[in-house]
Design a protein around this ligand. Structure first.
Ligand code: GLY
Length: 351
């Protein structure tokens, strides 16, 4: 297993992919796509000589397919296509494709090289970078997987033009998180960006900054023993909201749940670790305006808290939070009691 990866910010995908493939020793190449990226994104690669003849392994789109059956489908396609330990898998898609494809590559014949070409904002700034791979199992998200970095991640922001505004907002929530764990200048730029009228050139620059923040954290702590937990800001509550929404059969995009989770966890930060109130309200206003609300009532608090206790970042059943003392002042391994969490949920509903 490896934790090193190269990040390439692409301005010419044909050239960069050709260079990466040249540098990466391989016999056969396979392209993994889902039904959406096969239609919308693969055509952008079709004239690139080095992969013109690569078989496309096409899997179902959306998180429902991030399971053992789909994984087996990918292993089977690799095996039947004559893949060896020296073959290369190129994952073209959002987080579901890069997570599942990364896991398939990491386990096929004990591990083959893979390259990620993320096509959503969420996977560009988060999922495809940092070597977390895996699938959902037994109703739990990313329950089975390994840390194993891609050989290279190629970021081509031209793909962002294929996304609807909900998917832009979803990825942008992880960028807000990166802003909060970095510095005030970055945060100010993020909350002044107009998500209703996306300036793609500006977004491209912000993606580069955002990925650099994540990369720095991952390099320091690839296996999440310490500071990588900074990247969990907003996610303890966010994952619980996401799971609740799924149980209620009204699924929400991951980044929306993270944005709502940020409101609760910044509130806890203000109460417990002195996070400035003006920035808390700046975040609340931005998130309310761009992500709307998630309807919960106090009768659902026990279920939300119960969902938090299942988070795989917890130790011995104690709910683990990453909080902030200020922008960039990261406090990992914090806890909160039931009353404090309920207060944060009250703030979320009413604030
Ligand atoms: N998505 C958080 C991390 O990669 O650690």
């Amino acid at each position: 297993m490896t934790n090193k990866q190269r990040l390439v910010l692409s301005s010419d995908i044909a050239k960069e992919l050709t260079d990466v493939i040249d540098q990466c020793e391989h016999d056969r190449i396979f392209l993994l796509v889902d039904t959406t990226t096969e239609r919308l994104c693969a055509p952008r690669l079709q004239d690139i000589g080095v992969i013109r003849n690569a078989p496309h392994i096409i899997i179902g789109a959306t998180d429902t397919y991030k399971n053992l059956d789909t994984l087996a489908q990918v292993w089977t396609a690799l095996g039947e296509g004559g893949a060896s330990r020296h073959s290369l898998l190129i994952n073209l898609g959002g987080g579901m494709v890069t997570d599942l494809g990364g896991f398939a590559a990491s386990t096929f014949k004990r591990g083959i090289n893979y390259v990620n070409i993320p096509t959503t904002l969420l996977s560009m700034v988060d999922a495809s970078v940092g070597g977390k791979t895996g699938i959902n199992f037994n109703g739990l998200k990313n329950e089975i997987g390994v840390f194993n970095a891609a050989h290279t991640v190629i970021l081509d922001t031209q793909f962002l033009r294929t996304l609807d505004s909900e998917n832009i907002c979803s990825g942008y929530a992880e960028m807000l998180k990166h802003g909060l764990i970095s510095n005030r200048e970055n945060w100010a730029e993020l909350v002044n960006f107009d998500l209703n009228k996306v300036d793609y050139k500006h977004l491209q620059d912000m993606v580069a900054t955002s990925v650099a923040i994540k990369e720095k954290v991952v390099m320091e702590d690839p296996l999440e023993k310490g500071i990588r937990k900074a990247l969990n800001l907003g996610h303890t509550v966010g994952h619980a909201f996401e799971s609740l929404a799924l149980r209620l059969d009204r699924p929400v995009l991951h980044g929306y749940a993270v944005a709502w989770g940020l409101i609760c966890e910044l509130y806890l930060s203000a109460v417990k670790t002195g996070f400035p109130h003006d920035i808390l309200y700046q975040a609340v206003n931005f998130i309310r305006e761009n992500y709307g609300r998630f309807d919960i009532d106090c009768k659902q608090y026990p279920e939300i808290i119960e969902l938090m206790t299942h988070d795989k970042k917890n130790t011995a059943g104690v709910i683990n939070f990453t909080l902030l003392g200020d922008i960039g002042d990261i406090r990992i391994n914090q806890t909160a009691d039931r009353k404090e969490i309920e207060e944060a949920l009250d703030f979320f509903r009413e604030g």
